[in-house]
Design a protein around this ligand. Structure first.
Ligand SMILES: Cc1cc2nc3c(=O)[nH]c(=O)nc-3n(C[C@H](O)[C@H](O)[C@H](O)COP(=O)(O)O)c2cc1C
Length: 318
């Protein structure tokens, strides 16, 4: 079974999740420097050359760090991703330590990642997805649940983890609406090996979000997050204010069947301006460096462990 601490190099059981146009090498490296796995999506780069440059930045960056956490690249391994083969080839060539695969779980891809000593974590939103990915050779499963930022799951985390546990004993990484060190411990208590956090890292100085987007995060709470499958056909969480700013009628969106609004072409051109976050956004109250965020998460996690020890011993009711 995979050692998800990577020989102790993952000093906090946490992965900074890949986020389109937000996760950058600078963000990933900041996290790696604090013992948290950093990542970015390959498809966030404009071209293969830019992707090659980002990989080079990561390799140089981690080489300069003392005891860095492992890092990861997200690749959409679905035939509809025209860049998939080239991005995978380059990642294999560069021996990217961890590949975060999403959409489709072809056996051959996991085999190619294992061949060079890489590790593959696959995104799943249901027990059926998890069973297929586990059978195809994924090393761990990222359980993407209701409330997650970006394209999310639709199942409650307790329900999804319990169902996945019935079909596989592969390590599970929990994704969705977590934002504190206590949440990381809670994920472990539920049986997950690690937590996967995106939204917590959007308003960081190292990330690619602009000031307006960062401010939207600071101003938002869970009630400002709008769930819809109608914007691009897949279930996702959007920031209400960013939809309104783009002229989207929320009532219309709420009653639109998936795909229809995109098909109209009305939203397609404005789509790039619509912003996403998860329901954990209420814990984001300032723009900070990712280093500070990781250090606070670590301190909160240690406090939560001490508090939980007292609960387990029966000396505190928490
Ligand atoms: C702005 C944004 C962009 C995202 N882009 C991607 C992506 O390109 N690939 C991917 O696998 N997941 C993507 N995600 C999902 C995250 O990897 C992760 O599952 C999610 O952020 C976890 O939930 P949280 O944001 O509530 O912490 C994105 C999430 C956000 C908020």
């Amino acid at each position: 079974m995979l050692d998800l601490t990577f020989g102790g190099r993952l000093r906090l059981p946490l992965i900074q999740a890949p986020m389109f146009l937000v996760s950058t090498p600078a963000l990933a490296l900041a996290c790696c420097s604090r013992g948290v796995m950093g990542s970015f999506p390959a498809h966030a780069t404009r071209s293969r050359d830019v992707f090659a440059d980002w990989l080079a930045q990561m390799m140089e960056g981690v080489a300069a760090l003392e005891n860095p956490a492992p890092w990861a690249v997200n690749i959409v391994v679905h035939p509809t991703n025209a860049r998939m083969e080239g991005d995978l080839e380059l990642s294999i060539h560069r021996k990217v330590p961890v590949i975060l695969t999403s959409k489709g779980a072809p056996e051959s891809i996991f085999g190619r990642i294992h061949e060079y000593g890489g590790v593959a974590f696959h995104d799943v939103a249901s027990a059926r997805h998890a069973e297929k990915a586990a059978a195809a050779g994924a090393d761990a499963l990222i359980a993407v649940t209701d409330g997650a930022g970006g394209h999310c799951g639709t199942i409650n985390p307790f329900a999804l983890l319990n169902e996945i546990r019935q079909v596989t004993d592969k390590p599970i990484i929990l994704s969705g609406a977590m934002s504190t060190g206590r949440d990381i411990l809670a994920a472990q208590t539920m049986g997950a090996a690690a937590a996967y956090m995106g939204t917590r890292f959007i308003a960081t100085t190292e990330g690619g979000a602009d000031d307006k987007y960062r401010q939207l995060l600071i101003d938002s709470t869970a009630r400002d997050v709008f769930f819809s499958s109608a914007l691009d056909g897949a279930p996702a969480n959007w920031i209400k204010q960013s939809l309104i700013d783009c002229g989207v009628d929320l009532n219309e969106l709420a009653t639109t069947i998936p795909g229809e609004i995109m098909a109209s072409g009305k939203v397609r051109e404005r789509y790039s301006k619509v912003k996403s976050c998860g329901q954990g956004v209420g814990m984001v109250s300032a723009v900070e460096s990712a280093v500070a965020v990781c250090d606070r998460l670590r301190a909160e996690y240690d406090d939560a462990r001490a508090a939980m020890r007292a609960v387990v011993d029966g000396t505190s009711r928490n």
